[in-house]
Design a binder for this molecule. Structure first.
Ligand SMILES: [Zn+2]
Length: 128
């Protein structure tokens, strides 16, 4: 039994975690905002990924959360186990083994594109 709090838990790179659990990544993932994707939990095309926030959710099965939640949902493991697998597999964003993830991080400053993506994300949120 672990007594970990959420604060001690690393943020995972959501795109790498998505692949780790066997999820299909869309060809073009918006760096900011939400990109529709097939849900690795239930298989329907009703999930969305947000790499800037390292979050995901699914309308279909109402699963949602961060990378750790994704591992827990798909692999059916505890938080402690998910954290261990994520660390071993180098899924932690910005941490050891996270170097490949850094290259994928969206750059701030390309405001025209990112503002547009953010607007799309907001519209999507409003539709829910
Ligand atoms: Zn789902």
């Amino acid at each position: 039994v672990t007594m970990m709090t959420r604060e001690e838990i690393p943020t995972l790179d959501i795109l790498r975690t998505w692949e780790y659990v066997g999820g299909e990544l869309p060809l073009h993932v918006k760096p900011h905002g939400w990109t529709p994707a097939r849900c690795p939990v239930h298989g329907g095309f009703s999930a969305s990924i947000n790499p800037a926030a390292n979050k995901w959710y699914c309308f279909g099965c109402e699963a949602r959360g961060d990378g750790l939640d994704l591992i827990m949902e798909v692999e059916g493991v505890s938080l402690a186990e998910a954290r261990e697998r994520a660390t071993e597999s180098g899924l932690v964003a910005g941490g050891d083994g996270g170097r490949r993830g850094l290259a994928r991080k969206p750059r701030e400053g390309r405001s025209r594109v990112s503002l547009k993506s953010r607007a799309e994300g907001r519209r999507r949120d409003q539709r829910r």
